[in-house]
Write a protein that binds this ligand. Structure first.
Ligand SMILES: Nc1ncnc2c1ncn2[C@@H]1O[C@H](COP(=O)(O)OP(=O)(O)OP(=O)(O)O)[C@@H](O)[C@H]1O
Length: 295
């Protein structure tokens, strides 16, 4: 059984179609990173999985339970940096104990779990400090700890390291890395180092673009020198731009490699060629054109 299943989900906000017919199976224990331009529907997908939003059509299952079911919600932890989820005028420990007891932990259990999480996230020295004295990066780590207090199986993280300093970022990235195999993580991201964590990268722009079986060849236009990508076909097109051609099954691998350039290579455009079965004709369909880099 998949940890999370989006079964042909569509979500509209008035006239805006945020998510359209998304089918996605997320296997247990994997780290799945959702990438795509601003407004592509990444946050909406996380909120749908958390049962905060209800789809207009289609269904979402968390370990077989519909996402709005309490049994699904108990297995989910959602962290979005935009929502302030901790109290400032009490200590980090008291925050976590409070949220832990809301989920039915005993005081003792909650204290033990809070201490462990705070230590793992590098906040061991600041457990008994008021949250108001925390930096943004510390606050973010505390939010992640709060999300994990009820020991959910699935962790939904929206741009977990955006806007924080490098030390906090590394501590969060290492922490997430350590969850591989133990938790299922779905992470929405624009950040190359976050994308690097992925077992599976899903490119979404309202619809999922790299999952459909009909999609075959991907051409990625990048700006910036891509030396060291010898296993892909790379062609210079002038003006420091290159076209990389690959098959859809190696798209994830290519995106992880590009992420390792740490922002020195920007993705300018992605084209997907759709193989049309009838008469073995191959028609090229432009499914996406973006002139803005989204990495
Ligand atoms: N509560 C809402 N009410 C109305 N429109 C919404 C709401 N939430 C999202 N939208 C719209 O749905 C679309 C998808 O938004 P969403 O926040 O999911 O994108 P995103 O991929 O997370 O973007 P970003 O990378 O900028 O965070 C956007 O057009 C957005 O304006």
């Amino acid at each position: 059984m998949s940890a999370v299943l989006f079964d042909h989900v569509t979500k509209r906000f008035g006239r805006i179609v945020a998510i359209e017919d998304v089918y996605l199976e997320v296997p247990e224990g994997k780290i799945v990173v959702l990438v795509g331009p601003n407004g592509a529907g990444k946050t909406t997908l996380l909120r749908l999985a958390a049962g905060i939003l209800v789809p207009d059509s289609g269904r979402i299952f968390i370990y077989g339970y519909e996402s709005t079911d309490i049994r699904a919600k108990r297995r989910i932890g959602l962290m979005t940096p935009m929502d302030r989820g901790v109290y400032w005028r009490i200590t980090a420990m008291d925050n976590l104990v409070f949220f832990g007891t809301l989920y039915g932990l005993s005081l003792r259990e909650a204290r033990v779990r809070a201490k462990k999480l705070l230590e793992e996230l590098g906040l061991g020295e600041r457990i008994n400090d008021w949250v108001a004295t925390y930096s943004t990066g510390m606050m973010r780590r505390l939010e992640i700890a709060r999300t994990l207090m009820h020991d959910p199986d699935v962790l939904l993280l929206d741009e977990p390291t955006s806007g924080i300093d490098i030390d906090a970022k590394h501590s969060i990235l290492n922490f997430i890395k350590g969850l591989r195999g133990r938790k299922t993580v779905i992470l929405a991201s624009h950040d190359p180092q976050e994308i690097e964590l992925a077992d599976m990268v899903i490119y979404i722009n309202r619809r999922i673009l790299n999952e459909a079986p009909a999609l075959k060849i991907v051409k990625v236009l990048v700006k910036g020198s891509v030396d060291g990508l010898s296993e892909f076909s790379v062609e210079g097109v002038g003006n420091d731009e290159y076209v990389i051609v690959t098959t859809i099954d190696r798209f994830n691998e290519l995106m992880s490699k590009l992420a390792m350039y740490n922002g020195r290579v920007r993705v300018m455009d992605i084209d997907v060629e759709v193989a049309v079965a009838e008469g073995n004709a191959r028609r090229v369909e432009r499914v996406m054109r973006r002139r803005e880099g989204w990495l």
